[in-house]
Ligand binder design. Structure first.
Ligand code: ARG
Length: 399
């Protein structure tokens, strides 16, 4: 008896997930491996990947067209929550994991598989996100993670693959580990492992070096409806189109790079380079529109929710009850977050230079220092008396 009969394997076409196929069959006694590659707008050609799975021994090779759901159901709620892990990383990789987990669980049901599998190692966040998300969606499904157990080095993995007809990677040279989808790229390993070493320009693909960006500013008006981006420069766009176009504009101005040392859930500090041009701009613009349309107390309270929400995405708890409750809170706050934010792109900066909304709480009559000021200045005295009373009492006692 093997560990499972029929397995649906999350497949990327890379060495590790390819080697998982013969490994599952030969070492773990799996009868049948069905691969599933998710199209998340990573820009890879999927037909060669589909075929590679079959030549590597898969009985069936599935491609899931998931980009639209990725943006609408995963990225957009994260934008409404201004989700930035450790205040910086917009979770472009992390957000894909619960979606891939959902695709695996659905495929397992459809094809009658008794387990699903992924190629994550035991050192990263992604294994946690997969395992917990899968368990949340189907607690009875087995999860197999060969790369967490096989203990092979990179060279040994390649050699193992070669024995089963899996060609070793053509360009062995890249020292980086890269994850990519429509939202962004994540780059780690190689020379980046020294956190004091500046990344070489070669790690970046979506963003220009500042030296190569235009000298003239470019202005973009981002339209939001209930906290969701819906248009650029007045033109209504589908979620995928909007992200794609904004990635190009922001990337062209060198906007969207992050270089950080982050705290993984498994306790390791890790140096990461990210590119997420559109996502970073959208979160900044969205937060700015909230500053115009949310009351002070909701704005301040939401900050705490956002922090928790970001950690939950990072830590693999997308499908957890608390996350669902926080979603309800966030959604409720977005009712009037409709309007336009004006962004100026220049030399690596995306500066918000204007915002407007029919639901604006900004009241010129109250804010102005001019003659038409409607604020009752005398009322301030009584307010301050009451506001400062506890402090005054405390201070008196100390005298
Ligand atoms: N550290 C990031 C995260 O946990 C990205 C990890 C993705 N993998 C990679 N090969 N860069 O979301």
């Amino acid at each position: 008896m093997g560990r499972a009969n029929k397995v649906v394997l999350a497949y990327s076409g890379g060495v590790d997930t390819s080697v998982c196929i013969p490994y599952l069959k030969n070492e773990w006694g799996v009868q049948e491996v069905i691969t599933l590659a998710a199209d998340l707008g990573q820009g890879d050609e999927l037909e060669p990947i589909r075929e590679k799975a079959l030549t590597s021994g898969a009985s069936q090779s599935l491609i899931a067209d998931a980009t639209q759901s990725f943006v609408k159901d995963y990225a957009f709620p994260a934008i409404q929550a201004n989700a930035l892990y450790e205040n910086r990383y917009p979770l472009s990789t992390a957000l894909a994991r619960p979606l891939i987990a959902k695709l695996l669980v659905e495929a397992a049901a459809e094809y009658g598989a008794d387990a699903v599998a992924h190629g994550c190692t035991g050192k990263g966040n992604d294994q946690v996100r997969f395992d917990v998300s899968i368990a949340a969606l189907n607690p009875n499904l087995k999860v197999l993670a060969p790369a967490r157990e096989w203990g092979m080095s990179r060279e040994e993995t390649i050699a193992y693959g070669e024995r089963y007809g899996i060609a070793s990677p053509v360009k062995k040279k890249s020292p980086y580990s890269i994850d990519r989808n429509l939202l962004g790229r994540s780059i780690e390993a190689g020379p980046l492992e020294d956190p004091y070493t500046e990344p070489l320009e070669e790690v970046y693909l979506m963003t220009q070096a500042i030296a190569d960006t235009p000298n003239e500013p470019e202005y973009v008006e981002i339209g939001f409806h209930r906290g969701l981006p819906v248009s650029l420069n007045g033109q209504a766009l589908s979620p995928i189109e909007l992200i794609t176009q904004l990635n190009t504009i922001a990337g062209n101005h060198g906007v969207g790079r992050i270089d950080m040392v982050e705290n993984r859930l498994v306790g390791i500090k890790s140096r990461e380079i990210y590119e997420a041009p559109a996502l970073l701009v959208l979160i900044a613009a969205h937060r700015d529109l909230e500053s115009l349309t949310l009351t002070a107390d909701v704005t301040h309270y939401k900050r705490g929710i956002e922090e928790t929400y970001s950690q939950m995405i990072y830590n693999g708890l997308w499908y957890s009850p608390l996350k669902g409750a926080l979603d309800a809170f966030v959604l409720q706050t977005q009712e009037r977050v409709t309007g336009t934010v004006r962004v100026k792109f220049l030399k690596g900066n995306a500066t918000i230079v204007g915002r407007q909304s029919a639901s604006s709480l900004y009241t010129p009559d109250l804010a102005t220092y001019g003659a038409d000021d409607k604020f009752d200045h005398k009322a301030a005295e009584g307010f301050i008396y009451v506001w400062g009373l506890p402090t005054r009492v405390w201070s008196q006692l100390g005298k």
